[in-house]
Design a protein around this ligand. Structure first.
Ligand SMILES: C[S@@+](CC[C@H](N)C(=O)[O-])C[C@H]1O[C@@H](n2cnc3c(N)ncnc32)[C@H](O)[C@@H]1O
Length: 222
């Protein structure tokens, strides 16, 4: 069973370029808050593509991930570009910087890698650390995602795949009511299902598919 740390050590599942939506999110925070630098938490930062992109815009970035090798890659990229950020190996259920507060938190393609209870704990930890009016941008797998139902269901809606790139990694899938319940303490500014409707799928599709899976895009305010 591969852990994220092992995937990163093998050079697998490393996304290199920032998502356009994350850049838009930073622009939105820049319009919303006059304080500079903005304080932004990249929760489950992976190999650091968004940490680097946001630090390059002059903001104070905190980046955490459970995979130590992800943090090593993040630090290497930061130093390559002459940038800095606070980094920590930490589980998504905790904020590893005592007393830190944020204008924004971004968690791209990550929080669904857990049981529902832990995802809710993570969302609670984010809520506690956001300034009032602060924003969360998160993507979460939809029950309409390509891999929904694959592997072993370890609790309702949470599957661990038995084979492929992400064998051993849990995925929780949200339907609309599930996502609304998970975010019930937030003001939803946008809840978007980012749809991919596959017409053809080869055997071993998940290992070759370069396109997005169907996910919820959430922009929420504290
Ligand atoms: C698909 S990657 C996305 C990384 C990054 N957000 C990006 O967009 O490039 C998922 C990330 O979630 C992290 N992750 C998975 N489970 C975690 C947990 N329990 N606590 C913290 N990070 C976790 C993995 O280590 C991995 O870096």
């Amino acid at each position: 069973m591969a852990t994220w740390n092992e995937l990163f050590e093998r050079g697998e599942s490393i996304a290199r370029f920032p998502e356009r939506e994350v850049q838009e999110f930073v622009s939105l925070l820049e319009r919303r808050f006059t304080e500079r630098p903005l304080r932004i938490w990249d929760l489950c930062c992976g190999a650091g593509r968004h940490t680097v992109a946001m630090a390059a815009r002059g903001h104070e970035i905190c980046a955490s991930d459970i995979a130590a090798h992800g943090i090593t890659l993040t630090e290497a990229q930061l130093s390559e570009f002459g940038l800095s950020a606070r980094t920590a190996v930490a589980d998504m259920t905790e904020c590893p910087w005592p007393g830190a507060t944020f204008h924004g938190v971004v968690s791209w393609d990550s929080l669904h890698h857990n049981t529902l209870e832990n995802i809710l704990t993570a969302l609670h930890a984010v809520h506690k650390r956001l300034d009032v009016g602060g924003l969360l941008m998160v993507t979460l797998k939809s029950t309409r995602a390509d891999s929904f139902g694959m592997g072993t269901e370890i609790e309702p809606g949470t599957f661990v795949q038995d084979s492929g790139r992400e064998a051993g990694v849990p995925h929780h899938y949200f339907d609309e009511s599930g996502i609304r319940a998970a975010l019930d303490r937030w003001t939803l500014l946008a809840l978007v299902e980012l749809r991919s409707d596959y017409v053809e799928r080869c055997p071993g599709f998940l290992d070759v598919n370069p396109f997005r899976y169907t996910a919820w895009g959430v922009l929420a305010e504290k």
